[in-house]
Design a protein around this ligand. Structure first.
Ligand SMILES: [Zn+2]
Length: 548
């Protein structure tokens, strides 16, 4: 009997040990929080760090593992493709989000990356509700997390921009974006027939009214913004109804002529409001509190609007990052309280970075220029008519790509490839054009280096154009005031990639990494399948910290 008891006791003990081992192996973070800061350059971590708090961007730098040389590895570097690439772990060549808007030859018109004519608005206004992730052809890490738990895990995306919410949430998640007409968060019938009660309750708080009732002033005295050029200058784009670009901004007065509630997008309060929506989503969906790992995808759209209008050297941009830092500190503190430090996993990245304002660069003697696309289009039309016969040979010119009229070529008995070759040579004659590739080049060759390889990663055989242009560094298409992004140059590709929290020890690596490595890293850490189109590789500096 005694022996039996002893045997039973040791059996139980062993069993307990085995159970403990299993549960520690199946240990998962309570929640994964993906943060995309729209248009954030990696340099903003350092440039403004003196006035960052300890709990925001600096906490990511000090506590997280940061890949300091992480890049976008395709062209074009826009918001739609950026969000899709972060969450699918692949590039536009595979996920099919080749731009924000692109021309579809078979339809003879331009479509929107997150557009979907088969769905309609839920909340908000109808014009802003035809949104879904259907144009994205591969799965996201948010999808795979749901598949891994037979959909017990939830994935929720929130952003001011619809594409910043819908693409990260994936095909299986929920997405909420901001309606600029009513000033509230909305969704579409792709997701729900009616807004969830917690979203309605959030909208009833009318936070947008509150934020837009005040004035945007600098957080610190304006003469202390030593990282930025003079506040009032001719490089930046003023709001309608204000003849300069100087603080303060009377938001209530500017609203009517500047996109109504949409004005909040061009202020740091857009970030604060987005985070308020994130808090509401955590509470409303009980994210990370139901025994399965959930995913919350937050995209801060405001830094992009502010960056476009005022540029990366402006007081407005500096103030945006100082304020976002404080919002993030509060958010990370909240995550500590809600889940416990080390129980949640955060990653932060950007969907692209940004070029400097052309006129500002010229004022500093940096070679740069404005490429006049309308003039070049007219020239191309004249050239092709002369060379191949009368007719409109150019069906569309967008995203630095030219679509030749294939029907006309057929009608005239001209080989499309001959038109491509002739136009490629012709385009190289313009100032500002550095390289021109044809669709035939993209299909026949495999590029492994330089801008041609970046183009190829963004080249979709079915959807992309006949000619692909690379402009000289610091050249932008038709921009006068303010700036933009989209190229394969480092100012557009170099972005933050940092992970913090669950199973991540602090550290840094300057090894070249690509944005498509984030989703595979998460898949290995979470034990899910890789997203089905994933072409990136797990970041070994992070996954090798533990054995998965
Ligand atoms: Zn942008």
């Amino acid at each position: 009997m005694k022996n039996l008891l002893l045997a039973l006791f040791s059996f139980l003990t062993l069993d307990t040990i085995a159970t403990a081992q299993v549960s520690s192996e199946s240990n998962k973070p309570k929640i994964v929080v993906g943060i995309v800061v729209d248009q954030m350059r990696q340099e903003y971590f350092y440039k403004f760090q003196e006035r960052y708090t300890e709990g925001g961007f600096k906490r990511l730098m000090n506590e997280g593992f940061m890949m300091t040389n992480a890049h976008y590895n395709y062209i074009p570097t826009y918001t739609g493709p950026g969000h899709a690439s972060v969450y699918t772990g692949t590039t536009p060549a595979t996920h099919g989000i080749i731009a924000n808007d692109w021309y579809v030859r078979s339809l003879g018109k331009t479509i929107y990356c997150a557009g979907d004519s088969t769905v309609s608005a839920v909340g908000g206004t109808e014009g802003n509700g035809k949104i879904s992730p259907r144009n994205m052809k591969s799965t996201t890490i948010s999808d795979e997390l749901r598949f891994a738990t037979n959909k017990r895990s939830k994935s929720v995306g929130v952003a001011i921009k619809d594409r910043g919410a819908a693409l990260p949430a994936g095909h299986l998640g929920d997405a909420y974006w901001f309606d600029s007409k009513k000033g509230e968060f909305m969704t579409s019938t792709y997701y729900y027939e009616d807004l969830p009660a917690w979203v309605k309750a959030f909208n009833e708080k009318k936070l947008a009214d509150e934020y837009l009732s005040g004035t945007w002033e600098t957080l610190f005295p304006i003469d202390t913004y030593v990282q930025s050029i003079e506040d009032d200058n001719d490089f930046e784009g003023p709001f309608i109804g204000k003849d300069n670009t100087a603080f303060p901004y009377d938001l209530k007065a500017l609203m009517e002529d500047n996109g109504e509630y949409g004005l909040i997008s061009t202020t740091p309060f857009g970030n604060t409001m987005t985070l308020e929506m994130a808090y509401a989503a955590i509470e409303g969906e009980q994210l990370g509190k139901r025994g399965e790992t959930d995913l919350l995808a937050i995209s801060f759209s405001s830094p992009d609007y502010i960056g476009h209008r005022f540029g990366p050297s402006s007081v407005e941009l500096e103030d945006n990052y100082l304020r976002l830092d404080r919002d993030l500190e509060k958010f990370f503190d909240f995550l500590d309280d809600e889940y416990g430090a080390g129980e949640y996993l955060v990653f932060l990245t950007a969907d692209h970075a940004v070029a400097d304002i052309v006129n500002y660069m010229q004022s500093e003697n940096v070679p740069s220029g404005n490429f006049n696309t309308r003039f070049v289009l007219t020239q191309m039309r004249g050239f092709t008519s002369q060379m191949f016969g009368e007719g409109n040979w150019i069906a569309n010119y967008s995203n630095e790509q030219v679509f030749i009229n294939h029907d006309l070529a057929k009608e005239k008995g001209v080989k499309v490839e001959d038109v491509q070759m002739a136009l490629a040579d012709f385009l190289l004659g313009f100032e500002g054009v550095k390289e021109v590739y044809t669709a035939a080049d993209m299909r026949r060759n495999e590029y492994t280096k330089g801008k041609s390889s970046l183009l190829q990663m963004g080249y979709n055989h079915k959807a992309s154009g006949d000619l692909l242009l690379i402009l000289e560094p610091a050249w932008l298409s038709s921009s006068f005031r303010g700036t933009t992004h989209g190229t394969g140059y480092t100012y557009d590709t170099h972005v933050p990639v940092v992970m913090m929290g669950w199973n991540v020890k602090s550290g840094k690596s300057a090894r070249y990494t690509t944005i498509t490595d984030i989703a595979p890293t998460l898949a290995i850490m979470l034990g899910t399948r890789l997203p089905n189109g994933a072409s990136g590789q797990p970041i070994l500096e992070i996954v090798n910290q533990k054995s998965y």
